[in-house]
Design a protein around this ligand. Sequence first.
Ligand code: PMP
Length: 360
Amino acid sequence: MTRVFNFSAGPAALPESVLRQAADEMLDWHGSGMSVMEMSHRGREFISIHAEAESLLRELLAVPAGYKVLFLQGGALGENAFIPMNLLRGKTSIDFVNTGEWSKKSIKEARKYARANVVASAAETGFDRVPARDTWQLDPDAAYVHICSNETIGGVEYHWTPDTAGVPLVADMSSNLLSRPVDVSKYALIYGGAQKNIGPAGLTIVIVREDLLGQALPITPSVFDFKEQADNDSMLNTPPTYAIYMAGLVFNWIKAQGGLVAMEAHNRQKAALLYDFLDASKFFSSPVARADRSLMNVPFKLRDESLDAEFLKGAQARGMLQLKGHRSVGGMRASIYNAMPIEGVQALVAYLKEFEARHG
Ligand code: PMP
């Protein structure tokens, strides 16, 4: 068996020890005589798996009292509709900060339900940064302010938490949740799909301040009504059971690594290796403003894009996959989530050096 270094943006690499544990438990989970996939979600075994996953997530993020943790389906794109449905609370507009492709998707979807005001945008500079807070034109009457804490395609990340002067702050953390500690108390709602730092696709996480719930639009589907799901421990209907089990294994792995403080240190070390090389290189470059560079998704360009295909072929031959940038921006992108070992980044940097020596 050969495992590759998988730089995919998501679904993404998972810790090898987690995959091994899942394999060991595949046919018989803890003497139950069945796979987690085969268990009733209402049975004692699965309820314990679900409860442990939630409690580990609360512990890792130090989720304060007064917040609900929901394990849902529908993906982050689904949340772009469900969050307005749940959080408009009689208001008519939402403020958005536009930092790139995923912000744009959130804005587009919200427009079906409310007025979406773009209060700051990095469009003018090609989405290479987070607009400075003092340029945001916030509306005190907005239902909430929406940000994307890490633009998976553009590689732009917030390294600070915006102060929104009392207006609830909502963050799409799909691609950086659990990569570092977060002060959950500063947010009204945090959401993300699981398929980057958390587990397999199919699970969507919502962490929401309880006092905002209970005023969903009447058209809100019951399974996406956060209050109904919160009242039913996210089990109004059948939850994505296997994905929740896998997420629980990943949460345990993160805890064993030293929690989110250790994750951040590891992620900073990996990202620095790559960015330091890109900044010193005359052949490769990073398009993102230094202060706002993502620790998770590192887009980079070759000086001569006619060599892109050769670059990718050579990477593949060396066991490094999924380095092609998103089709909307081109170039390359290395996604280096929690589960990417430092050896993967070292191998990538060694290959970048070799390629530059040959073509630079
Ligand atoms: N937001 C961000 C920041 C993402 O990276 C993604 C997926 N790559 C999405 C939203 C959409 O997530 P999903 O495919 O789970 O709907």
